[in-house]
Write a protein that binds this ligand. Structure first.
Ligand code: URA
Length: 235
């Protein structure tokens, strides 16, 4: 990788600024001052110093995981398997899941080490939409749709308007629910408040990202460049 790109990736400065720093002799590679901005480095081997401080190259990584039931959405746990145990190949990169799915829930989980983006997308102010496929015990009806739309009360706190779409209404009903918050067990509790029990829950979208149908439970893949841009633009 070019030395100037490496420095830009780390946020040391703009293209112009890092070239300037290199020319001024502020950058060392393995103890040698390098004044050539297209000098090539091996980012995983060479030691690069800026202002005599060793830089740590942290690659940003963005993954989508199809979370299976039975694993928890934390970074570590003394008893249960975590979602990070499923992606041990990148474990050294300080990954964390963007939001949580319950232990028995399945589906889309974005896992990354981009703390700034995660923080932004999970902030309640940001209202990132999440769509779930849900199976519930009992017949879901138009009253439920209206109640979800009006905002269900959970512990005396009104949820934001949610979209309930019925796929099939029967003894066991199938539907989609879209919410833009992430309260504890939110979907399960919303259905409980209309006297229905969630039997199965799977997240299918997070912001502008949709779960890849080709991923089997427990499988993951990197987001494409386009998906990373879409994720950053999520509302
Ligand atoms: N709502 C829930 O109740 N559980 C989840 O895992 C996600 C949303």
């Amino acid at each position: 990788m070019r030395l100037d790109k490496y420095l830009r990736d780390l946020g040391i400065g703009s293209r112009k600024e890092v070239k300037e720093y290199i020319r001024k002799g502020l950058v060392k590679v393995n103890e040698l001052i390098i004044k050539d901005d297209d000098f090539k480095i091996k980012e995983n081997e060479d030691l690069v110093y800026f202002n005599n401080e060793l830089l740590k190259y942290e690659k940003m990584i963005y993954l989508m995981l199809n979370k299976p039931a039975g694993v928890i959405s934390s970074t570590e746990d003394y008893k249960d398997k975590t979602v990070l145990d499923l992606i041990s190949e990148y474990k050294h990169l300080d990954l964390f899941p963007f939001g949580r799915l319950d232990k028995d829930s399945e589906g889309l989980l974005i896992i990354s080490n981009d703390g700034e983006l995660g923080h932004k997308l999970l902030s309640p102010k940001y209202h990132v939409k999440k769509k779930y496929y849900v199976e519930v015990e009992g017949e879901v009806n138009s009253e439920d749709i209206s109640e979800f739309k009006a905002g269900i009360y959970l512990d005396n706190e009104k949820c934001q308007s949610a979209l309930l779409e019925i796929i099939e209404s029967n003894n066991i009903s199938k539907c989609y629910v879209t919410i833009c918050e992430g309260k504890y067990h939110q979907i399960k509790r919303m259905f409980e408040s209309v006297n229905k029990k969630v039997l199965y829950l799977k997240r299918i979208t997070f912001g502008n990202i949709t779960l890849d149908d080709n991923l089997k439970l427990g499988e993951y893949r990197k987001l494409t460049k386009e998906e990373i841009e879409l994720l950053k633009d999520s509302k």
